[in-house]
Design a protein around this ligand. Structure first.
Ligand code: NAP
Length: 293
């Protein structure tokens, strides 16, 4: 059984004394073991990589997850199997976050199946097909990255926030939480993928905007900035990063990040470990962000 924390704990103990402590234990006939504040999550791009790691980590806490994917149905089905094996459940749902009609369907389907959305994770994202110098890179790549990595999450967040506003707040006054997966590229210049850097920086501002707008409504908004994580996205530059990380120590913690590292951070947010934080940035990067001499 899990002990309930914070305001409720204070209230129970003040009114019921030692008996309040007993009441703080969730009675098994009321609450399924393992369930947590965020019980129903929508994770975009959960068929592979970091999104899959997030879905599995949420499942370890008993969460039910809508596993979104763009085109890889088989990988999404594998994510669902892993989620179920980890103690959670959910369903897979195709949808391109860059397409307005798909975003609307994603939210409608998740709300219909779960009854509510406690947590949105804006994780789906792509890198440029070709890493091109700032003076050569074309508009097509910029438009693609802008649509998937920034415009998609921006308007998906708007839709999910509207859904959350319709939901009853929980005992601590929370209606939901929103997390966006940005990158160290939000503040690190890589002149061979300026498009990626610019849209990730935009995602950081998006987090601040929605955090400010939604705080009075009981919705906290967070940004997670992963460093170099071992996924398909970084598969093509493995040798380069092996050298930088393992030989040159570009990160104080000398190893590749794993999807699970990001998943654990999202799980902590889902479990409401940061009730007095919104608009906060969590660096999950092996210490990459430190300025060192
Ligand atoms: P990945 O392994 O390439 O996986 C990308 C995921 O996004 C897949 O599930 C893919 O679905 C989905 N996706 C792609 N385009 C989509 C669209 N238009 N609509 C919906 N889903 C879409 O990438 P990753 O490394 O896990 O990256 C996940 C996020 O973390 C991205 O936002 C990325 O920018 C960010 N990030 C990654 C790293 C890193 O080192 N890997 C570092 C910092 C930040 P399908 O399987 O159907 O294609």
């Amino acid at each position: 059984m899990r002990t309930i924390g914070s305001f409720r704990e204070f209230w129970y103990r003040s009114y019921f004394g030692w008996f309040g402590g007993f009441l703080l234990e969730e009675p098994p006939w009321l609450v399924l073991d393992g369930l947590m504040p965020a019980q129903f999550a929508l994770v975009t791009g959960a068929s592979r990589g970091i999104g899959r790691g997030i879905a599995v980590e949420l499942a370890r806490a008993g969460c039910r997850v809508a596993i979104n994917y763009a085109g890889n149905a088989e990988a999404a089905a594998e994510s669902l199997r892993l989620v179920q094996a980890a103690g959670g459940d959910g369903f897979t749902v195709q949808g391109d976050v860059a397409v307005a009609a798909d975003r609307a369907r994603l939210v409608a389907e998740t709300a219909a199946k779960f009854g509510r959305i406690d947590l949105l994770v804006n994780n789906a994202g792509v890198g440029p097909h070709v890493r091109a110098d700032l003076l050569e890179a074309g508009e097509e790549s910029f438009d693609r990255l802008y649509a998937i990595n920034l415009k998609g999450p921006y308007f998906l967040t708007q839709l999910v926030a509207r859904q959350m506003l319709k939901q009853e707040p929980d005992a601590e006054g929370f209606r939901g939480r929103i997390v966006s997966i940005s990158s160290i590229s939000a503040y690190t210049a890589s002149v061979n993928r300026g498009d990626y850097c610019v849209v990730k920086a935009g995602l950081s501002m998006m987090t601040k905007l929605f955090a400010d707008r939604l705080a009075p409504d009981g919705i906290n908004v967070y940004e997670i900035r992963p460093g170099v994580i071992a996924t398909d996205m970084t598969g093509g530059v493995k040798e380069k990063y092996d050298k930088l990380i393992l030989e040159q120590g570009i990160t104080p913690i000398r190893r590749w990040g794993q999807p699970e590292d990001v998943g654990r951070a999202v799980r902590a947010i889902a479990e409401d470990r940061f009730p007095f934080s919104t608009g906060a940035v969590f660096d999950v990067d092996g210490g990459f962000h430190l300025h060192r001499l």
